[in-house]
Design a protein around this ligand. Structure first.
Ligand SMILES: O=C(O)CCC(=O)N[C@@H](CCC(=O)O)C(=O)O
Ligand SMILES: [Zn+2]
Length: 346
């Protein structure tokens, strides 16, 4: 049994990489349950009239430390009564073992394992199911348990990340494919309050945590990129203050009014092309410090594979998440273009 008033939740999480026996934390204002390593449910004892519940996840990639720090601070401030919240929250540190090694993942990128992909047979290892597969399956169960505790409530999940490269738009959010549903004006406004004005609208299902919550639980869910990957202690906290403050305000029952939505306040992009790595010869043809959202022109060679050039096809395309160092078959690069969503928001 841990005393979370003496040892913060992140420390306890890091001491128990893959498993922690569930326990309750005595508190005058909240019912607090630790469901597993890195998984904490906080429920205000006084039931809110604002029927909204929140999942805030971080460390789905263990080296993306700024969101981990933000979430750990919010938890610590709630427990110590420095801030008071009114809405139920599930905090998740996704991959504690990868936090400890300061890497994106231990064996497999967990953000490619949701929506059941954790249970798909692995072609490379005769069906071997690694610990990240087990963890992704458990995280799905916890999110289900949490959302089902509040039937009929409005559900939100922000899966907080930082990006490997610099970005021409420092903060941006990936809006998972909605299968024809309209994009939420309110969410554009909430995320703008966090400092996010660039959105990447996905056009197909994905294996990410945010797509899982959107699709399986009808949650407003996003992968939110808050800046660049840095080790613990090297994050400029001032760059994350607005995001942290907005997350706290949501937990305090704030409801945003999206009625003034104006596309001119945002950079809205969609995926023109997803480039997957097909074999080990795949290489990117721009420098390692080319930022996300750098524009390339028609005919520019952006990658090579198997002796073939991969070139820009539209008049202009911007790069997002370029990474030649992914497993074969996985996304190595997104090419994105602007999108007008004036008639597709509500
Ligand atoms: O900077 C990068 O190349 C990756 C940053 C990152 O982890 N991004 C997420 C995006 C997930 C999504 O598409 O919703 C990822 O690649 O998992
Ligand atoms: Zn990430």
């Amino acid at each position: 049994m841990y005393d979370l008033f003496k040892t913060d939740f992140l420390t306890v999480t890091r001491e128990n990489e893959w498993h922690l026996e569930p326990f309750e934390v005595e508190h005058s204002d909240y019912n607090i349950s630790v469901w597993d390593s890195g998984v904490m449910h906080i429920e205000p004892k006084q039931v809110s009239e604002v029927e909204r519940c929140y999942v805030f996840s971080s460390a789905v990639h263990g080296n993306e430390t700024a969101p981990i720090e933000i979430c750990n601070e919010i938890i610590t401030q709630v427990l110590s009564k420095k801030i008071r919240i009114t809405q139920p929250a599930l905090f998740i540190f996704g991959n504690p073992a990868s936090i400890n090694i300061g890497q994106r993942f231990v064996e497999e990128n967990m953000n490619r394992l949701f929506s059941g992909h954790h249970s798909k047979p692995k072609t490379d290892s005769n069906g071997f199911r690694n610990k990240e597969c087990e963890r992704a399956a458990k995280l799905e169960e916890y999110v289900t348990r949490f959302f089902e505790s509040y039937p009929g409530w409005h559900r939100t999940h922000y899966d907080l990340h930082t990006a490997i490269r610099d970005s021409a738009h420092e903060k941006f959010a990936v809006y998972p494919f909605l299968h024809g549903k309209k994009w939420s004006k309110e969410q554009f406004e909430i995320l703008r309050a966090m400092g996010v004005t660039t959105f990447l609208l996905m056009e197909k299902p994905a294996t990410t945590f945010s797509y899982y919550s959107a699709r399986e639980h009808g949650a407003e869910a996003f992968t939110v990129e808050l800046g660049k990957v840095r080790p613990f202690g090297q994050n400029d906290q001032s760059k994350f203050a607005a995001a942290k403050q907005t997350l706290i305000e949501l937990l305090q029952g704030k409801v945003f009014d999206g009625s003034q939505f104006d596309q001119a306040n945002y950079q809205i992009m969609t995926v023109f092309r997803e480039i997957n790595k097909k074999d080990d010869s795949f290489e990117l043809c721009f420098s390692d410090d080319a930022a996300n959202f750098t524009l390339y022109k028609k005919g520019d060679v952006i990658a090579k594979e198997n002796g073939q050039d991969i070139v820009v096809e539209a008049e202009e395309e911007a790069i997002v998440f370029p990474n030649a160092n992914v497993a074969i078959g996985q996304r190595a690069l997104l090419m994105v273009v602007p999108k007008d969503i004036t008639n597709d928001v509500e």
